[in-house]
Design a protein around this ligand. Structure first.
Ligand code: NAD
Length: 245
């Protein structure tokens, strides 16, 4: 497939390597200096765009792809309050959009375990829950998109929790998300349940950015030629995932 990379930073460069390894063509690379090239002419023959930029620019980049009929995979975090607008726009225009707050396949297994554990805790009671996320110091948003997805998964299943707070004392119906910024850590997430007598932890540590870029490229392969709005749930429910091509 012929691809466009929008955002040539840490993720864009990692995605470039994986695209090449998997035999895909890179027809366009957009970053701040040439962002005006994100237009109809340059997107004309692109099968799918991969967008990893900044919270301030993701919305416009994705909208631009949808309006020009280019399927787009995005993983930019810290802006998703406006994601529903773009999902609606995509459906109206017959476009294709794949968004994930975390493209690591293992994190998406964690999302499923997190929901199951919250449902089990809901039945037994007696545990207080908290989330901790640790990332590199250049990360622009806090809490991480992944921690928000984890909190939402808990809120769906644990009837005592209705919202989350970041780095503030939590009220009884809130989940505290603690954000730590340290070194070059790609991402560690821990969900911790604590009773008077014991502690249960679900913990996931990403070892490198490669896993994130690979997930995004697999999502792009999945999206290519499709219409509609997709997430990792659609991808993981699909038994054509091959991570070792
Ligand atoms: N969903 C996931 O799995 C996942 C994984 C890693 C990072 N992320 C998110 O992806 C985003 C990018 O992460 P990164 O580590 O590559 O950051 P980065 O800062 O290394 O790269 C961002 C790049 O976007 C460029 N950019 C800024 N404005 C632009 C515009 N208008 N058009 C095109 N390019 C523009 C910047 O110049 C920079 O090169 C962040 O929001 C991060 O949280 C998501």
């Amino acid at each position: 497939m012929k691809t466009a990379i929008i955002g040539y930073g840490k993720m864009g460069r990692e995605i470039e390597k994986i695209l090449a390894e998997r035999g895909h063509e890179i027809g366009l690379i957009i970053d701040v200096d040439n962002r005006a090239d994100l237009d109809t002419r340059h997107l004309a023959e692109i099968d799918v765009a991969l967008e990893f930029t900044t919270p301030a620019t993701a919305y416009e980049n994705i909208r631009c792809c949808i309006d020009r009929g280019t399927p787009v995979v995005s993983g930019t975090t810290g802006w998703t309050a406006r994601l529903p607008e773009l999902e609606t726009r995509c459906r109206e225009k017959g476009g294709a959009l794949f968004y994930a707050s975390n493209f690591c396949l293992g994190v998406n297994l964690l999302f499923q375990l997190n929901r199951q554990l919250a449902a089990m805790i809901d039945r037994v009671g007696g545990y207080e829950v908290g989330i901790e996320e640790i990332h590199h110091t250049q990360k622009k948003d806090a809490p991480s998109g992944t921690a928000i997805t984890l909190a939402e998964g808990i809120i769906e299943h644990l009837h005592t929790k209705h919202s989350w707070v970041n780095d503030l004392p939590a009220a009884p119906d809130q989940i505290e998300i603690r954000s730590v910024r340290e070194g070059d850590i790609p991402g560690i997430h821990t969900i911790r349940y604590e009773s008077a007598d014991d502690r249960i932890e679900l913990r996931h540590a990403i070892k490198n950015r490669r896993t994130l870029a690979l997930g995004a490229v697999i999502a792009a392969e999945f999206l290519c030629g499709k219409q509609g709005v997709y997430t990792m749930k659609d991808l993981l429910g699909n038994n054509h995932i091959k991570t070792d091509e």
